[in-house]
Design a protein. Structure first.
Length: 202
Protein backbone atom coordinates (compact mmCIF):
# COMPACT_ATOMS: atom_id res chain seq x y z
CA UNK A 1 0.00 0.00 0.00
CA UNK A 2 1.38 3.40 -0.92
CA UNK A 3 1.81 6.25 1.55
CA UNK A 4 -1.04 8.01 -0.21
CA UNK A 5 -3.37 5.05 0.38
CA UNK A 6 -2.30 4.71 4.00
CA UNK A 7 -3.10 8.35 4.64
CA UNK A 8 -6.40 8.09 2.86
CA UNK A 9 -7.50 5.02 4.81
CA UNK A 10 -6.13 5.75 8.28
CA UNK A 11 -8.53 6.15 11.21
CA UNK A 12 -8.53 9.92 11.05
CA UNK A 13 -6.63 10.51 7.84
CA UNK A 14 -9.16 10.02 5.09
CA UNK A 15 -8.74 13.51 3.86
CA UNK A 16 -5.00 13.75 3.62
CA UNK A 17 -5.34 13.82 -0.17
CA UNK A 18 -5.61 17.58 -0.15
CA UNK A 19 -2.95 17.84 2.50
CA UNK A 20 -0.18 15.97 0.77
CA UNK A 21 -1.39 15.65 -2.81
CA UNK A 22 2.05 16.62 -4.08
CA UNK A 23 3.98 14.03 -2.09
CA UNK A 24 4.87 11.96 -5.15
CA UNK A 25 6.41 14.96 -6.90
CA UNK A 26 8.77 15.88 -4.09
CA UNK A 27 12.39 16.16 -5.08
CA UNK A 28 15.33 15.05 -2.97
CA UNK A 29 17.01 17.93 -1.20
CA UNK A 30 20.69 17.47 -0.41
CA UNK A 31 20.91 20.70 1.57
CA UNK A 32 19.15 20.44 4.93
CA UNK A 33 18.75 23.00 7.66
CA UNK A 34 20.01 22.09 11.11
CA UNK A 35 16.83 21.18 13.00
CA UNK A 36 18.48 19.12 15.73
CA UNK A 37 18.50 22.02 18.17
CA UNK A 38 14.79 22.65 17.81
CA UNK A 39 13.15 21.80 21.15
CA UNK A 40 9.68 23.03 20.29
CA UNK A 41 7.66 23.28 17.11
CA UNK A 42 7.24 27.04 17.40
CA UNK A 43 10.23 29.32 16.89
CA UNK A 44 10.72 33.01 17.43
CA UNK A 45 10.80 35.30 14.40
CA UNK A 46 14.46 36.16 14.82
CA UNK A 47 15.45 32.51 14.47
CA UNK A 48 13.82 31.95 11.08
CA UNK A 49 15.84 30.26 8.37
CA UNK A 50 16.71 31.83 5.05
CA UNK A 51 14.41 29.48 3.16
CA UNK A 52 11.30 30.73 1.39
CA UNK A 53 7.85 29.55 2.50
CA UNK A 54 7.68 27.32 -0.57
CA UNK A 55 11.08 25.76 0.20
CA UNK A 56 10.05 25.22 3.82
CA UNK A 57 6.86 23.52 2.73
CA UNK A 58 8.73 21.19 0.39
CA UNK A 59 11.09 20.30 3.23
CA UNK A 60 8.07 19.73 5.48
CA UNK A 61 6.48 17.41 2.94
CA UNK A 62 9.73 15.45 2.71
CA UNK A 63 9.94 15.23 6.50
CA UNK A 64 6.34 14.07 6.65
CA UNK A 65 7.02 11.36 4.11
CA UNK A 66 9.89 10.21 6.32
CA UNK A 67 7.50 10.24 9.31
CA UNK A 68 9.42 13.04 11.02
CA UNK A 69 6.22 14.80 12.01
CA UNK A 70 7.76 17.16 14.56
CA UNK A 71 10.16 18.52 11.97
CA UNK A 72 7.37 18.79 9.39
CA UNK A 73 5.23 20.72 11.85
CA UNK A 74 8.03 23.14 12.75
CA UNK A 75 8.81 23.83 9.09
CA UNK A 76 5.17 24.39 8.21
CA UNK A 77 4.64 26.72 11.14
CA UNK A 78 7.69 28.75 10.12
CA UNK A 79 6.34 28.96 6.59
CA UNK A 80 2.98 30.06 7.98
CA UNK A 81 4.68 32.83 9.97
CA UNK A 82 6.50 34.02 6.88
CA UNK A 83 3.50 33.82 4.59
CA UNK A 84 0.08 33.67 6.19
CA UNK A 85 -3.27 32.90 4.55
CA UNK A 86 -2.20 29.80 2.63
CA UNK A 87 -5.13 27.48 3.24
CA UNK A 88 -3.38 24.30 2.10
CA UNK A 89 -0.41 24.92 4.38
CA UNK A 90 -2.63 25.78 7.33
CA UNK A 91 -4.61 22.61 6.68
CA UNK A 92 -1.42 20.56 6.76
CA UNK A 93 -0.52 22.01 10.15
CA UNK A 94 -3.95 21.15 11.49
CA UNK A 95 -3.68 17.60 10.19
CA UNK A 96 -0.31 16.97 11.85
CA UNK A 97 -1.55 18.44 15.12
CA UNK A 98 -4.60 16.19 14.99
CA UNK A 99 -2.44 13.14 14.38
CA UNK A 100 -0.34 14.21 17.38
CA UNK A 101 -3.50 14.27 19.53
CA UNK A 102 -3.76 18.07 19.90
CA UNK A 103 -7.34 18.28 18.71
CA UNK A 104 -7.97 21.77 20.09
CA UNK A 105 -5.06 23.29 18.18
CA UNK A 106 -5.89 21.24 15.10
CA UNK A 107 -9.41 22.65 15.04
CA UNK A 108 -8.05 26.18 15.28
CA UNK A 109 -5.93 25.64 12.17
CA UNK A 110 -8.72 23.82 10.33
CA UNK A 111 -11.07 26.72 10.99
CA UNK A 112 -8.45 29.17 9.72
CA UNK A 113 -8.14 27.11 6.57
CA UNK A 114 -11.90 26.93 6.16
CA UNK A 115 -12.20 30.72 6.49
CA UNK A 116 -9.86 30.99 3.51
CA UNK A 117 -11.38 28.17 1.47
CA UNK A 118 -14.98 27.66 2.52
CA UNK A 119 -15.88 25.34 -0.36
CA UNK A 120 -13.16 22.80 0.37
CA UNK A 121 -14.79 19.44 1.11
CA UNK A 122 -11.62 18.04 2.65
CA UNK A 123 -11.42 20.79 5.24
CA UNK A 124 -15.01 20.12 6.25
CA UNK A 125 -14.18 16.43 6.49
CA UNK A 126 -11.10 17.09 8.60
CA UNK A 127 -13.10 19.26 10.98
CA UNK A 128 -15.73 16.52 11.19
CA UNK A 129 -13.03 14.00 12.02
CA UNK A 130 -11.74 16.21 14.82
CA UNK A 131 -15.21 16.73 16.25
CA UNK A 132 -15.87 13.00 16.04
CA UNK A 133 -12.73 12.43 18.10
CA UNK A 134 -14.05 14.74 20.83
CA UNK A 135 -17.53 13.17 20.58
CA UNK A 136 -19.10 16.42 19.38
CA UNK A 137 -21.26 14.47 17.00
CA UNK A 138 -23.70 17.20 16.02
CA UNK A 139 -20.84 19.44 14.88
CA UNK A 140 -19.20 16.55 13.05
CA UNK A 141 -22.42 15.76 11.25
CA UNK A 142 -22.88 19.38 10.25
CA UNK A 143 -19.51 19.50 8.54
CA UNK A 144 -20.03 16.17 6.81
CA UNK A 145 -23.32 17.48 5.45
CA UNK A 146 -21.50 20.59 4.25
CA UNK A 147 -18.94 18.39 2.53
CA UNK A 148 -21.67 16.45 0.75
CA UNK A 149 -23.29 19.67 -0.39
CA UNK A 150 -19.99 20.58 -2.04
CA UNK A 151 -19.38 17.12 -3.54
CA UNK A 152 -21.79 14.23 -3.14
CA UNK A 153 -19.62 11.84 -5.19
CA UNK A 154 -16.73 11.39 -2.76
CA UNK A 155 -16.82 7.83 -1.35
CA UNK A 156 -14.53 8.76 1.51
CA UNK A 157 -17.02 11.28 2.82
CA UNK A 158 -19.69 8.58 3.01
CA UNK A 159 -17.21 6.22 4.64
CA UNK A 160 -16.33 8.84 7.25
CA UNK A 161 -20.02 9.54 7.78
CA UNK A 162 -20.57 5.83 8.35
CA UNK A 163 -17.83 5.81 10.98
CA UNK A 164 -19.47 8.73 12.74
CA UNK A 165 -22.85 7.02 12.74
CA UNK A 166 -21.30 3.85 14.17
CA UNK A 167 -19.90 5.91 17.04
CA UNK A 168 -23.38 7.32 17.51
CA UNK A 169 -24.76 3.74 17.43
CA UNK A 170 -26.97 4.56 14.46
CA UNK A 171 -26.09 1.31 12.76
CA UNK A 172 -28.79 1.22 10.09
CA UNK A 173 -27.85 4.70 8.90
CA UNK A 174 -24.19 3.75 9.00
CA UNK A 175 -24.84 0.74 6.75
CA UNK A 176 -26.44 3.01 4.16
CA UNK A 177 -23.40 5.27 4.20
CA UNK A 178 -20.98 2.37 3.75
CA UNK A 179 -23.08 0.94 0.94
CA UNK A 180 -23.15 4.32 -0.77
CA UNK A 181 -19.38 4.55 -0.43
CA UNK A 182 -19.05 1.13 -2.07
CA UNK A 183 -21.35 2.13 -4.90
CA UNK A 184 -18.98 4.98 -5.65
CA UNK A 185 -15.84 2.93 -5.06
CA UNK A 186 -16.31 -0.88 -5.02
CA UNK A 187 -12.62 -1.26 -4.15
CA UNK A 188 -13.01 0.44 -0.77
CA UNK A 189 -12.39 -2.71 1.24
CA UNK A 190 -12.51 -0.86 4.56
CA UNK A 191 -16.19 -0.10 3.95
CA UNK A 192 -16.83 -3.81 3.42
CA UNK A 193 -15.07 -4.59 6.68
CA UNK A 194 -17.14 -2.05 8.59
CA UNK A 195 -20.34 -3.50 7.13
CA UNK A 196 -19.28 -6.91 8.36
CA UNK A 197 -18.56 -5.49 11.79
CA UNK A 198 -22.05 -4.02 11.94
CA UNK A 199 -23.57 -7.36 10.96
CA UNK A 200 -21.74 -9.01 13.86
CA UNK A 201 -23.14 -6.46 16.28
CA UNK A 202 -26.75 -6.88 15.16
Amino acid sequence: MTLFQILMLGASAFFAFKIYEHIQTLRDDDQTHDDNKRNTSMRSANSFSIFSPQDLEEKADAAFEQKDFQKALALLQEADEKEANNSDRIFKIGYILQEAGDITSALEYYKRALALDGNNEYIHNAIASAYRHTKEYASARLHLNNSLEINDKNPLTYFNYGNLLVDMEHFDEAKKMYLHALQLNPELSEAKEELQNIEKKQ
